[in-house]
Design a binder for this molecule. Structure first.
Ligand code: PLP
Length: 364
C-alpha cells in the first residue's frame, strides 16, 4: 500500500462544488483585489475568532512582518520567540531589523513559558508564541508576563486555526494574531494568503494602510507601506473553508485519537496535550531516538512522512550571524533530531490510517 503524506486534492474534493462556485463567482465579477469577497472574509473570520478586526494579506510571513512593523518594533528591540518553530516566525522579527531571543522547548513541544521571564531585558518589546503543530501554547502564562513587563504579544497561529486555550481561540489573546492560509494549513487557500487579527481599532487601521502602499485613500500615501493584499479568489475560497474548518479539525482529531490509542511502540513517543489546551493536529509529531531509521522503515513500506523541522531556526544558515550553537537550546535541538510527522489530513482514507498504525507498530 502507498500512503502519501498529504493529498490536497482529496481535501479539495470534499467541498469541490462550493470551491468552484466561489472561484467562478469572482472570475465573473470583474473585481479581483480589495473587493466584497475580502470584506466578507474579514468579517466572517473575525466573528469566528471572536475578535473585532481581521486584515487579509498575502501570506503568513507578511502577516508577521507587518504585525511587528505596525507596532514599531525594529532595530535595537528584542522579541522572544520559540527555539523550535518554522523559520518564518523568526523572519517576521529579523525583517524589521529586530533581534530574536530564543526560548527553549517544553514537553508539549512548544515554547517553554517557565524560561520566558529570564529572557526579558529592557530591550524586550514583545513575546511571539507559536501554536506549533496545532496545539495552543500556555497562554495564561504568556499574558501574565506580558502584562507584568508591559510587552506586546504577537501570536503565530499559522498552524492552529480554531485551536483554543481555556475556551478562547488562539489568535484572540495577543495584541495581534497572525495566520497563514498556505494550502496545507488547517484553513488553506488555493494559493498564498494570510491575515492578522486585532481588537485594537487604531492598529487595524494602520495595518490596512501598511498592506496597501501606506494609503487609506488612493494616491495619498501617509506611511511607507507594501503591497500585500489577499486577492478576491483566495478570499472567496477561504469563506468556503471557514464553513468547514471545525469539521476538518474534528476529522484530524479523530485520526489523532486513533494514532494515540492504537500506536503502541516503546521506541516511539506520542504527542501530549496540555490540560486547558486544544490541539487541531495540523501535524502529528512523534518522537523517536532513531528517527531517520524509522523514516526509512516507513518509506520502504510505502508510507511517506516529513520532519518538522530538521534545522532549528537559531541554527539556520541565514542566522549564522547571530552566533548560536546547535546545542544551546537542548530541547529544541533534540526535537529537531527526533521528530517525525505522520500523515494526517481530512480526506485520508481509513485503510491508510490502519496501515500507518500497522507499520508504526511493526517498527523495531
Ligand atoms: C506556514 C507558517 C508560516 C508562514 O506562512 P506563509 O503563509 O507560508 O508565509 C509562519 N509560521 C508558521 C509556524 C508556519 O507554519
Amino acid at each position: 500500500m502507498k500512503v502519501e503524506y498529504t493529498v490536497l486534492k482529496r481535501n479539495f474534493r470534499l467541498y469541490q462544488s462550493e470551491y468552484e462556485e466561489a472561484a467562478l463567482r469572482v472570475l465573473r465579477s470583474g473585481w479581483y483585489i480589495l473587493g466584497p469577497e475580502l470584506e466578507a472574509f474579514e468579517s466572517e473570520f473575525a466573528a469566528y475568532m471572536g475578535v473585532r478586526h481581521c486584515i487579509g494579506v498575502n501570506s503568513g510571513t507578511d502577516a508577521l512582518i507587518l504585525a511587528l512593523r505596525a507596532l514599531d518594533i525594529g532595530e535595537g528591540d528584542e522579541v522572544i520567540v520559540p527555539a523550535s518553530t518554522y523559520i518564518a516566525s523568526v523572519m517576521g522579527i529579523t525583517e524589521n531589523g529586530a533581534m530574536p531571543v530564543f526560548a527553549d522547548t517544553d514537553e508539549f513541544l512548544l515554547m517553554d513559558t517557565d524560561k520566558l521571564e529570564g529572557l526579558i531585558t529592557e530591550k524586550t518589546k514583545a513575546i511571539l508564541p507559536v501554536h506549533l503543530y496545532g496545539q495552543a501554547c500556555k497562554m495564561d502564562a504568556v499574558m501574565k508576563l506580558a502584562e507584568k513587563y508591559n510587552l506586546y504579544v504577537i501570536e503565530d497561529c499559522a498552524q492552529s486555526h480554531g485551536a483554543e486555550y481555556n475556551g478562547q481561540k488562539t489568535g484572540a489573546f495577543g495584541t495581534i494574531g497572525c495566520f497563514s492560509f498556505y494550502p496545507t494549513k488547517p484553513l488553506g487557500a488555493l494559493g498564498d494568503a494570510g491575515a492578522l487579527l486585532t481588537n485594537d481599532d487604531k492598529l487595524a487601521e494602520k495595518l490596512k494602510m501598511l498592506r496597501n502602499y501606506g494609503s487609506r485613500e488612493k494616491y495619498h500615501n501617509e506611511m511607507n507601506g507594501v503591497n500585500s493584499r489577499m486577492d478576491e479568489v483566495q478570499a472567496a475560497c477561504l469563506r468556503v473553508g471557514i464553513r468547514h474548518l471545525d469539521e476538518g479539525s474534528r476529522e484530524r482529531q479523530r485520526i489523532a485519537g486513533r494514532y494515540l490509542s492504537e500506536i503502541r511502540n516503546g521506541a516511539v513517543k506520542l504527542p501530549m496535550i496540555r490540560i486547558g489546551a486544544s490541539h487541531v493536529f495540523h501535524l502529528f509529531p512523534v518522537l523517536c531516538e532513531e528517527r531517520d531509521r524509522l523514516q526509512r522503515f516507513l518509506a520502504d513500506k510505502g508510507v511517506k512522512t516529513q520532519v518538522h523541522y530538521p534545522i532549528p531556526p537559531y541554527a539556520a544558515e541565514c542566522y549564522a550571524y547571530l552566533g548560536h550553537e546547535w546545542n544551546e537550546y537542548p530541547a529544541a535541538a533534540k526535537l529537531a533530531m527526533t521528530e517525525l510527522s505522520l500523515p494526517i489530513y481530512a480526506g485520508m482514507p481509513e485503510d491508510e490510517i490502519d496501515y500507518v498504525i500497522e507499520c508504526m507498530n511493526a517498527f523495531q
